[in-house]
Design a binder for this molecule. Structure first.
Ligand SMILES: NC(=O)c1ccc[n+]([C@@H]2O[C@H](COP(=O)([O-])OP(=O)(O)OC[C@H]3O[C@@H](n4cnc5c(N)ncnc54)[C@H](O)[C@@H]3O)[C@@H](O)[C@H]2O)c1
Length: 318
């Protein structure tokens, strides 16, 4: 019988898969303290993990550990070196969350451009008659959007942007012009140059040494004053201090953030008080449907791995 450790609870539909499979036993833990995880992982064959840190120390303590199954697609919380050294397979829920995140991005762009919070407050605070004095909203129609990163989420997002009749530009050095054009976008080679002409920019790239702080003050300063920037990828890709400064200096229109450099954001993070940002607590993928899909896929990936049928597209190259 294989032993699976579920670190941080997953959707009941995923648990049901484990309950109905007599070849597996499992334990769900909420405590993510290193020493606790080291003791728990020791006898496990596989692990499902959400956003908690899976450090090298914990991975090395897994004497029988063969697979780490990420509940999600980002894996910056996993020590890749340690996984590689131990010859552990890292799987992601590759097909589960692109639509949910892409919808969330549209929601953020729309909320900011339609001044959702301000207009809602106006009515609720009895100021309906002041509507003519409110700053105007803006349309998405015929506006330029840059999608940075054209993987699963970028490709789901372009369909929604085209639905709104936006002009879509794509920055992704690893994707061909032909592939992008077939999906209705225009490939661009230079992030800085293209950013200058955008009305919206949405980030869908991984966080790594090359992408950290890729959106910084100098870049923000070069953007159009009406530009809206969305980060539903990873905190740190966009520099938060620089963003706050750019918003306060009216260099761009607004920003939507689902992710933060430190999660939860620290109390003194200036963006928490900035009216020009619209925030969500890393919940872009938290639709009922997506949580069900991710819960099932994270478990199915473990089954498939041990059956020898885990698709390469779900394995992270270590
Ligand atoms: N907010 C959330 O809840 C949430 C949910 C899922 C994924 N994410 C994050 O969204 C991001 C994208 O996820 P995905 O599933 O689309 O990933 P993906 O791997 O399918 O796509 C990423 C794309 O980024 C491109 N890329 C890599 N480095 C780049 C660079 N330096 N410049 C431009 N393009 C670059 C790659 O070629 C690839 O096409 C990841 O950072 C992931 O962690 C966030």
């Amino acid at each position: 019988m294989k032993k699976i450790l579920i670190i941080q609870p997953i959707h009941q539909e995923g648990i049901k898969l484990l309950q109905n499979n007599s070849e597996y036993e499992y334990e769900i833990v909420e405590n993510t303290d290193i020493n606790f995880l080291k003791s728990k992982i020791k006898s496990c064959d596989g692990v499902s993990i959400r956003t908690a840190n899976l450090s090298g120390e914990v991975i090395e303590a897994g004497d029988n550990l063969k697979i780490i199954s990420r509940h999600g697609v980002g894996y910056d919380n996993i020590d890749l070196e340690a996984s590689k050294k131990k010859n552990v397979t890292l799987a992601i829920t590759a097909t589960a969350n692109a639509v949910a995140v892409a919808e969330h991005v549209m929601f953020m762009i729309l909320n900011i451009s339609k001044r959702g919070n301000m207009y809602d407050d106006t009515v609720k605070s009895g100021k309906f008659n002041e509507r003519n004095k409110l700053p105007k909203t803006v349309e998405l129609w015929n506006k330029n959007i840059l999608i940075a990163g054209f993987g699963r989420i970028g490709q789901a997002l372009i369909k929604r942007c085209i639905g709104f009749e936006m002009n879509v530009f794509v920055f992704d050095p690893f994707v061909s012009e032909e592939f992008i054009e077939k999906r209705g976008g225009t490939k661009v080679e230079d992030l800085s140059e293209t950013s200058k002409d955008m009305d919206a920019i949405s980030l869908h790239i991984p966080l790594n040494d090359k992408t950290k702080n890729i959106i910084n003050y100098d870049l923000l300063k070069s953007m159009k004053k009406n530009c809206i920037i969305i980060n539903a990828a990873r905190g740190g890709i966009l520099n938060e201090v620089d963003l706050d400064r750019a918003l306060n200096e009216n260099l761009i229109f607004g920003a939507g953030l689902d992710v933060f450099e430190t999660e939860p954001p620290t109390e003194n993070n200036p963006l928490l008080k900035n009216k020009k940002v619209f925030l969500s607590p890393h919940t872009a993928a938290f639709t009922e449907e997506c949580m069900t899909r991710m819960g099932k896929e994270t478990v199915q990936n473990i089954f498939d791995f041990f059956d020898g049928s885990l698709e390469n597209s779900k394995k992270v190259k270590l």
